[in-house]
Structures are given as C-alpha cells and as structure tokens.
Design a protein around this ligand. Structure first.
Ligand code: GLN
Length: 266
C-alpha cells in the first residue's frame, strides 16, 4: 500500500514537471527577442547618404541613424551586417538576417517573397547624364541609349522597359557613375536622392540629374515574410515620426523638412 502511494506521488510529480517544462519551452520559443540574441540587420554601405562606412570603418547615414533610433525606442539589440544589395532579398528569404535597411524600395514584386515595414522615406528614380548632355531629357529620349544600372535595383527593372536600350549592370552606385563620366554609358537610372547628395557634396563631378523624376517610390525596412518583429518596427517608426526624431534625422542628412509619409505605399 505504502509503495503504491509512493509510486502515485512520484508519477504525479513527474507529470507536473513535464507540464511545467512544456510551458517553459513554449514561452521560450514564442516570446520575442528580449535582448540576448543579436537582432541582425543587413545593409550595403555603398549608398551615400543612406549607408556608408567612414574612414574608421564605422557605418553612418540616414538609414543607420534611423535604425539606431528604432533599436533605442524598441529595445531590439541590433547588430549591423554588411551585405551586397543584390543578395539582400534572398538572405532575408533564407532568414539568415532578421531585417535589412538599405534604401530598399517597397515593390509589389518584392512583397511576394519578403515583408516590409511602413514606408520610412519618399524617394524616386532619376536619369543622370554628363553635364554637357542636352538631348536626354525624359523617358522617350532614352530609347536605344546605353544605360547603366545597379544589379537587382528598381533602376534595373525600370531600364528594361526602355525600347532598344543597351543596359550595362554594375554592382554598386560608384561604379556606374565612373562609367558615365568616362563616356561608356549615356545615362544612369538610379535613386535621385543619393545621386543629388553626391553631386552637391562634390563627390561626383561632371554629371547632372535630369529634373523630372521617373517614379515615386518609398523605402521600407525589409524582413522575412512572417517576421514577429514587423509590428515592433512599425510601432517604433510611428513613434519616431510623431516625437520629432524622424524629422531631426531627416534635417541632419538632407537639410530640409521631410515630406509627409503615407502609412502604406502599396
Ligand atoms: N531603391 C533602390 C532599390 O530598392 C536602390 C537601393 C540601393 O541601391 N541601395 O532597388
């Protein structure tokens, strides 16, 4: 009799332990990152003034300041990781990073495989030509021309719609601008803000941006499709927009007040 009671108590104890362990495990696997595991954020630091590396190798730029502000307000323990722009979407799909910030335009095509935060920057594509070029003014004048674009960018997708254009693809912005200056391509199609910034700050000489933008685009922070952090990031952006931090960062890099951002761009 005594032994039976012992056995019963022992098995009840075991059952209780199993229940406790199970509930522990499920809270561990479903709870969001609480600060121990780094939250990996990919960026390609060749896109001035959004992300670049200074002389001592430190990341800087509008996106870097914004992501750091998001980390501060949300408590996400971010860790930047450099990655070529062209590989960013597949790396997110494979969940090898938690997010990416790199002037990435929110497009319907990209939304098929990854997710985006609410828009954080209003941007657009522009045509850049050599300063003495008078005949390339708009989309129609690009027909049959030699065009430089960055691999995997919205500029590259856009260039495919130009009839008879001869497209050269480059790994990063600085390379195609060199080819434009050298005369190897007639025009470059790329993000207007980055180009205008480089020209204004004297990093690029002998080229000009054609006044009219080709597209209106919005940048978003990209995450894997079912990321549990998207909500946290969106809340942080909304807070930074309303508490003046976003405006401060915008002012610091672009010397002007930001335009109003929609809650969704697509
Ligand atoms: N905004 C462009 C895109 O998303 C280019 C971004 C970049 O070169 N970093 O394709």
């Amino acid at each position: 009799m005594n032994r039976k009671w012992h056995q019963l108590i022992l098995s009840l104890g075991c059952l209780l332990l199993i229940i406790i362990c199970n509930s522990c495990q499920s809270t561990i696997t479903t709870s969001p990152n609480t600060g121990t595991k780094p939250f990996k954020v990919a960026t390609d630091p060749t896109f001035i003034p959004f992300e670049s590396q200074n002389a001592s190798g430190q990341l800087e730029g509008f996106d870097i300041d914004l992501m750091n502000a998001i980390a501060k307000i949300s408590g996400l323990p971010i860790q930047f990781q450099n990655l070529p722009f062209d590989g960013m979407i597949s790396t997110l799909q494979a969940k090898r990073v938690d997010a990416a910030i790199s002037g990435i335009t929110i497009t319907p095509e990209r939304l098929k495989t990854i997710a985006f935060s609410r828009p954080y920057f209003k941007a657009g594509l522009a045509i850049t030509v050599r300063a003495n070029n008078q005949n390339i003014q708009d989309f129609n004048s690009l027909k049959g021309k030699k065009i430089g674009v960055q691999i995997g960018s919205t500029g590259a997708t856009f260039a495919k719609t130009i009839p008879n254009a001869k497209i050269s693809t480059f790994n990063s912005g600085p390379e195609f601008f060199q080819d434009l200056i050298n005369g190897n391509v007639d025009a470059v199609i790329s993000d207007a803000f980055a180009t205008l910034y480089a020209i204004k700050n004297g990093n690029l000489k002998g080229i000009k941006v054609v006044a009219n933008l080709l597209t209106e685009e919005y940048y978003g922070i990209a995450t894997p499709k079912d990321s549990p952090y998207l909500e946290v990031i969106n809340k942080a952006i909304t807070n930074l927009l309303s508490n003046g931090t976003y405006q401060q960062i915008y002012q610091k890099w672009f010397n002007t007040t930001p335009p109003k951002l929609p809650e969704s761009s697509i």
